[in-house]
Design a protein around this ligand. Structure first.
Ligand code: GLC
Length: 429
């Protein structure tokens, strides 16, 4: 058996091992529930060998949708005392399944479109059944999570961006005060993973303070957006939503759905991109909505402009120059944070490590924009670190060492769907 065949077999075994009966945990122990965007990427992996199981993953995610349209970032189908913050901390019981009170990057429509366009009649049938529900979720982003007067979607919690402790959030977290009556809590993540690779205690206090604020507002999402302690606009969420709106439009045109409304979202999204352009850096950056201050570094989310087909020619050229520069500074593209920025830490979670799901989207956008060599490098670099270290949660972009969670579902899935030599046929990015 060749090394690639062996990795293919190991990747399938990881997905099967992490299967909890129709949905997949990201990794045992550290993340024992169903996570939103993890499931979307995991479905792409299952689709390479079991399409029915791929759809089941997405349908089980949709089962957790709240009446207001939100699809939560975590579904707590069965309580696991080994995880903090679990359902008794969130107390966000507005949906059919106990869940977190925030969402996560909306990649679902894009994944559904890929499954539908790469599949047959059964894929079309199951895809069609998701359109109105995904549209309700996008409507939630465009209303409940779009602050009055703000040109783009925003977020109330760094965890909602999926890039939990990226230095992008420093401006917004610094603007917060931690209340004197912060609920007492005990972290569990640092018992399962190396604390030096996880967020700091000061950051964690703020993460918990936002949960407390959500509880006090009974998880009224518009109120949390308008009055909560943290409010930042994120190029990651914005570009992923804009791309997902375009993909949802294609699905709605084919199967029926609110086409005119989606076209309005896309128009607003294209126009709103400019509000995230940090001219001092020459990149799309996160921004504190209330104070107006930009984050001062280039993250992997900055590189998603191509994926969203957003930005002017000059903005795209400047973004590309950053990606090329970072490609010279790091061994492996694309780190989550600029290696030439003082806040870079090669192994601390979103402060440097490279993540397969971000890079899958970045490469797809680069390829669609005609930057084939760079897209291939992003893919080949992921294959190289997986070959060197295995299926980790994320990877040191300088040494290639694996970081934090092992036997990780989306890493296995995106190996199968994208980075493995066996994925070459039909690859999108
Ligand atoms: C971490 C990541 C987030 C991911 C989750 C489960 O919280 O930051 O993006 O969804 O783990 O893998």
């Amino acid at each position: 058996m060749s090394m690639a065949d062996d990795l293919d077999a190991r990747a399938r075994a990881i997905l099967e091992k992490n299967d909890r009966g129709g949905y997949t945990v990201p990794t045992a122990r550290l993340y024992p529930y169903q996570w939103n965007w993890d499931s979307a990427f995991v479905a792409l992996g299952f689709a390479t060998f079991d399409r029915d199981r791929a759809w089941r993953e997405l349908e089980m995610l949709l089962e957790g949708q709240w009446p207001d349209g939100m699809i939560p970032h975590i579904l707590f189908r069965r309580d696991d005392p080994d995880y903090f913050p679990g359902p008794s901390v969130w107390r966000a019981n507005l949906g059919p399944i106990p869940s977190g009170g925030i969402s996560q990057p909306p990649v679902l429509a894009s994944v559904v479109r890929m499954l539908v366009e790469g599949g047959g009649a059964e894929d079309a049938r199951r895809g069609a059944a998701t359109v109105e529900r995904i549209a309700a979720w996008h409507r939630w982003w465009h209303t409940a999570r779009t602050p009055d007067g703000c040109a783009t979607v925003a977020t109330v919690h760094p965890w909602e961006t999926g890039r939990d402790n990226c230095p992008d959030w420093t401006v917004g977290l610094d603007a917060m005060t931690v209340p004197d009556d912060l609920m007492p809590y005990t972290r569990m993540d640092t018992t399962h993973a190396n604390p030096a690779q996880r967020p700091s205690t000061a950051q964690y206090d703020r993460f918990v303070a936002i949960i407390q604020a959500g509880r006090e507002l009974s998880w009224d999402q518009k109120a949390l957006t308008e009055t909560g302690p943290f409010l930042m606009a994120d190029p990651g969420l914005h570009f992923i939503l804009l791309r997902a709106d375009r993909d949802l439009l294609a699905l709605a045109e084919r199967f029926g759905g609110p086409v005119d409304e989606i076209e309005g979202w896309i128009e607003a999204g294209v126009a709103g991109s400019d509000s995230l352009w940090n001219a001092d850096i020459g990149a799309f950056c996160a921004r504190d909505v209330r104070g107006g201050t930009f984050s001062d570094g280039v993250s992997s989310a900055s590189a998603l402009a191509f994926y969203a087909d957003a930005g002017t020619d000059a903005q795209r050229a400047s973004t590309l120059a950053h990606v090329e520069r970072i490609g010279r500074a790091a061994t492996y593209l694309m780190p989550s944070w600029d290696p030439e920025h003082p806040a870079f830490e090669a192994q601390r979670y979103w402060c440097g490590p490279l993540w397969c799901q971000m890079n899958r989207m970045i490469a797809q956008g680069l390829a669609e924009a005609g930057h084939d060599a760079l897209a291939a490098r992003v893919r080949d670099d992921l294959a190289a670190v997986i070959g060197q270290s295995g299926f980790f949660e994320c990877f040191d972009p300088v040494s290639g060492a694996g970081c934090i969670g092992t036997d990780f579902s989306w890493t296995a899935a995106l190996w199968l769907e994208w980075a493995s030599p066996s994925a070459a046929k039909g690859r999108a990015g």
